[in-house]
Write a protein that binds this ligand. Structure first.
Ligand code: ATP
Length: 235
């Protein structure tokens, strides 16, 4: 069953339209990849879901039409957006960043949530007082995901978690994303330019080109399709 559905979503900035009628769906409990070249509209699609960009069309989450919801209401329904560039607050400590995540659901840091996050990110307890800006790029990405988990989301929107990270760190982050999906049953929509790793992690994928879905299918099908790989995925 679809947890999230986009129907004919048009979105843009000022006078510029970037998405020209995007429709897609994400099954509950799944991992879906949203792929495409630079500027295809992947980030804008995530923003259209979290209501942080001007848009029309229908966005349905868990059977509720959230098309006219404000961003904070989308977040409170259980959609946690980890933006491109991570969105961690560099001047705050690791602990304060986690508190920000908990704040969105109007609570303090619950011990159970903190313990769960530390199971995924074992380095966090001893680095709680470290200022986020002094973490490595990989740790900052992990902190951004950890902070999103403090919201107890039903769905994670991940915007290019691999950006600027070494291949081994990228593998580790995707391993953790899969574990979060399997153990905590968090549904994931992940935007990636690194199509290869995103297709390995996901069950289904959509490819965007100039604001339109041009290809979709199971990730296994897309991986096998050499024409799709060459034309759209660049590997
Ligand atoms: P990338 O991987 O480079 O981020 P993308 O597929 O995520 O690419 P978007 O970031 O959604 O693409 O950008 C799609 C188009 O929208 C681009 O032409 C971009 O210049 C434009 N755009 C993105 N953000 C803004 C903004 N805040 N104001 C104006 N135009 C924007």
């Amino acid at each position: 069953m679809a947890l999230l559905e986009l129907n004919d979503v048009v979105a843009g900035y000022g006078p510029t339209t970037v998405l020209h009628g995007v429709s897609l769906s994400v099954d509950e409990g799944g991992i879906v990849a949203l792929l495409g070249a630079n500027g295809a509209g992947k980030t804008t699609t995530l923003r259209a879901i979290s209501s942080t960009v001007r848009r029309t069309g229908r966005v349905v989450f868990d059977g509720h039409d959230i098309s006219s919801h404000a961003p904070e209401n989308v977040a409170r329904l259980g959609i946690a957006h980890v933006p491109e560039g991570r969105g961690t607050l560099g001047q705050l400590t690791v602990w304060e960043n986690l508190q920000m995540g908990a704040y969105i659901r109007r609570g303090g840091v619950a011990k159970a949530d903190y313990d769960r996050v530390c199971e995924y990110f074992a380095w966090i307890p001893e680095r709680r007082r470290q200022v986020a800006a002094t973490l490595s790029g990989g740790e900052q990405q992990m902190l951004a995901i950890a902070r999103a988990l403090m919201m107890r989301p039903r769905m994670l929107l991940l915007d290019e978690p691999s950006l600027g990270l070494a291949p081994l760190i990228v593998q580790e982050i995707f391993k953790i994303v899969r574990a979060i999906n399997e153990q905590d049953k968090v549904t994931v929509l992940v935007v990636e330019q690194n199509a290869s790793i995103a297709l390995q992690a996901s069950a289904h994928a959509y490819v965007l080109e100039v604001g339109r879905v041009v290809v979709s299918g199971t990730s296994v099908e897309l991986q096998k399709d050499e024409a799709v790989r060459r034309s759209y995925l660049g590997y």
